[in-house]
Design a protein around this ligand. Structure first.
Ligand code: XIL
Length: 320
């Protein structure tokens, strides 16, 4: 049951993706996507700004194409994401809606999107990045929590469950690889929801790692705390960025360190019961979000632009 996944590039912020949609236009990319992976995650194509661009209009084309591709290639799909503070459309953020309207907008969105892919999504990131680094709910940035209060999180899980009873429902975040204030906050929230009778199936760490900060050595211990509660865990967005030298080409030493980070992340997941899904956030540097979002860092994926394999690719293969 263990799956290895990747994000499917496309649909991002314009600056981060100034190229034609790789999924439809890059044949070697598609071939590798079909060949190398048993799980896929739409990188942007199921986010609100993309799939729900106007209040009364959904845009399912790209998400449909990914879900169909996955079925043809016997891959599972991770749905990403339903309740988030980022990449929401302007009509939603600036809409001036009443509380009742907002609640209905979220409910309708969840039933529409989750319902459309019912039975085709293995894991849904129901709530993404709801806590800040101190482990406080993002009560200002997150429109849902700000306007409707934290109870909306439980509602989002209930509605998703109702719309697709077989999907596994997750909390997903970055900076929760280690035991820290943020991962503690998730542990407490999940226990609290459970006490209220709201079932949560999983907790996932994105794992956007940077070689600047070192490897989160307690990753397995952290995931195990969730596993002991009977939860699934997952690595959902792994990449390992580094400071690029003048030349733009990483040194052999950097590549070796990167390979070690990839391998340690996979080994940690494999060592935890219920960590059955391991996803990298894109497989080629050609389409990686990293250079756009983290100036001076890059080369974060397991393949070069021409899809040849880096040491990190072989390190993952070694662990499987
Ligand atoms: C990123 C995408 O990779 C970019 O293309 C987009 O422009 C911005 O979002 N955490 C998440 C992902 O949950 O959705 C983000 O993806 C990366 C951080």
């Amino acid at each position: 049951g263990f799956v290895i996944g990747t994000a499917v590039a496309g649909g991002g912020h314009h600056e981060s993706q100034p190229y034609p949609d790789p999924f439809t236009s890059d044949e070697p990319y598609r071939a590798a996507l079909a060949r190398e992976f048993s799980s896929v995650s739409p990188e942007n194509q199921m986010k609100w700004e993309y799939i729900h661009p106007e209040r009364d209009r959904y845009n399912f084309a790209a998400a449909d194409a990914i879900v169909d591709f996955a079925r043809r290639n016997r891959q599972v799909v991770r749905g990403h994401t339903l309740l988030w503070h980022s990449q929401n459309p302007a009509w939603l953020e600036q809409g001036g809606f009443s509380k009742e309207e907002l609640r209905e907008i979220l409910r309708e969105h969840i039933f529409t999107v989750v319902g459309r892919y019912k039975g085709r999504i293995q894991q849904w990131d129901v709530a993404n990045e709801i806590f800040d680094g101190e482990g406080n709910l993002r009560t200002q940035e997150n429109i849902w929590i700000r306007e409707l209060g934290p109870g909306i999180i439980a509602d989002a899980f209930r509605w998703t469950r109702e719309a697709d009873p077989k999907a596994e429902l997750f909390f997903n975040d970055y900076g929760v690889e280690s035991i820290n204030a943020k991962s503690d906050a998730y542990l407490a929230l999940i226990k609290d929801l459970r006490a209220q009778g709201v079932r949560v199936d999983g907790f996932s760490a994105q794992a956007h790692l940077s070689m600047r900060y070192g490897f989160p050595a307690d990753l397995a211990d952290n995931l195990r705390r969730f596993s002991r509660l009977g939860l699934e865990t997952a690595i959902t967005e792994l990449d390992v960025r580094m400071d690029l030298p003048e030349s733009g080409t990483p040194t052999d030493e950097q590549l070796a360190t990167q390979a070690e980070y990839y391998q340690r992340t996979l080994d940690a997941c494999l060592s935890v019961r219920g960590c059955d899904s391991f996803t990298i956030w894109g497989f080629t540097d050609k389409y990686s979000w990293v250079p756009v979002f983290f100036p001076a860092e890059g080369a974060a994926t397991v393949m070069w632009d021409d899809l040849t394999r880096k040491p990190a690719y072989f390190a993952l293969q070694d662990s499987l």
